[in-house]
Structure formats: structure tokens, C-alpha cells
Design a protein around this ligand. Structure first.
Ligand SMILES: [Zn+2]
Length: 157
């Protein structure tokens, strides 16, 4: 059975809906508090942020993010490892995922363009281009995370 808890999150720029799916009740408040702290990086086009409690597609991932800019929503999945981390790490991991939403304005058109332009090319070419995009995107998102995190937490990274 799926459970959903819904909240309105107000940043200094806009208000968006936050849905928490299948969260253990004891983790709900901490997660809402974390989103409240980090909500300023959620872009104004994002109307609904859903955070699912569950397993990521890749076993070694702490969290993952799916963005649908067309329909103005994003879905982040976080699991038990996320919550076994300390507050500072949770803040970093969630900020990283939220920055995937913020960078989607550039990343998603490039991803679509790679798919369109490599449709008739060998799979290895398509895979190589996607891998380069993902590597560059992860580095950019992580650099932004390291730059922004101290501004939010007041700590030096
Ligand atoms: Zn990432």
C-alpha cells in the first residue's frame, strides 16, 4: 500500500507541493525540515517535488532523481542508507539531487539531442555520448553542491 503525505513548501522564490511517498512516520518530519532548508535551489518551474522512500535503481546509489520538466515535476528516491547517514551528509545528498532539478534546464535538452542525433548510429556511440553527458553533469552538480552547501549550512565544506 502506498502512503502519501503532502505539504506546501515556500521558498523565497516560489511555493511548490512536496509529496512524501511511503515514508516511515519517524522520518517524515526530518525530511520536510531538510527540504525547507534547501528549497531555495528548487527552480521556479518545478511545481511538485515527490520524494519516495525506497530503493534506487542502482544498488550503490544513495539517492536518485527523475526530472520531468514538461509536466513540471521531479521525483527523488531515497532509501535506508540515506537515513543511516548523519545530518551533514543527508543535507549534501539531498542538495545534490535538488541541483539535478536545477540543472535539468540544460541537461534534458542535451540528453534529448543525443538520443535524436545518435538514433541511427551504433549503440556504442550513443552510450559513449550519454556517458560523457552524465559524467560532466555529475561533476557540475557536485561542484555546485560543494559551493552552495556552506552557504546554506554556514559550515566550511
Ligand atoms: Zn547525481
Amino acid at each position: 500500500m502506498t502512503t502519501t503525505a503532502s505539504y506546501d513548501v515556500e521558498s523565497n522564490r516560489h511555493t511548490f507541493a512536496l509529496n512524501l511517498i511511503d515514508f516511515p512516520p519517524e522520518l517524515e518530519r526530518a525530511t520536510v525540515g531538510l527540504v525547507d532548508r534547501l528549497c531555495g535551489v528548487v527552480p521556479v518551474w518545478c511545481r511538485t517535488l515527490t520524494i519516495k522512500f525506497g530503493d534506487c535503481d542502482e544498488d550503490d546509489s544513495v539517492a536518485q532523481c527523475h526530472v520531468n520538466q514538461t509536466y513540471r515535476f521531479a521525483v527523488i528516491t531515497i532509501g535506508s542508507y540515506f537515513f543511516s547517514s548523519d545530518d551533514a551528509d543527508r543535507c549534501e545528498y539531498l542538495l545534490h539531487e535538488l541541483l539535478h532539478i536545477a540543472t535539468a534546464t540544460l541537461a534534458e535538452p542535451v540528453r534529448s539531442m543525443i538520443d535524436d542525433l545518435t538514433d541511427d548510429l551504433p549503440r556504442a556511440t550513443q552510450k559513449a555520448m550519454r556517458t560523457r553527458l552524465i559524467d560532466g553533469l555529475e561533476q557540475t552538480v557536485q561542484d555546485l553542491t560543494f559551493a552552495i552547501l556552506p552557504l546554506i549550512t554556514g559550515d566550511d565544506a
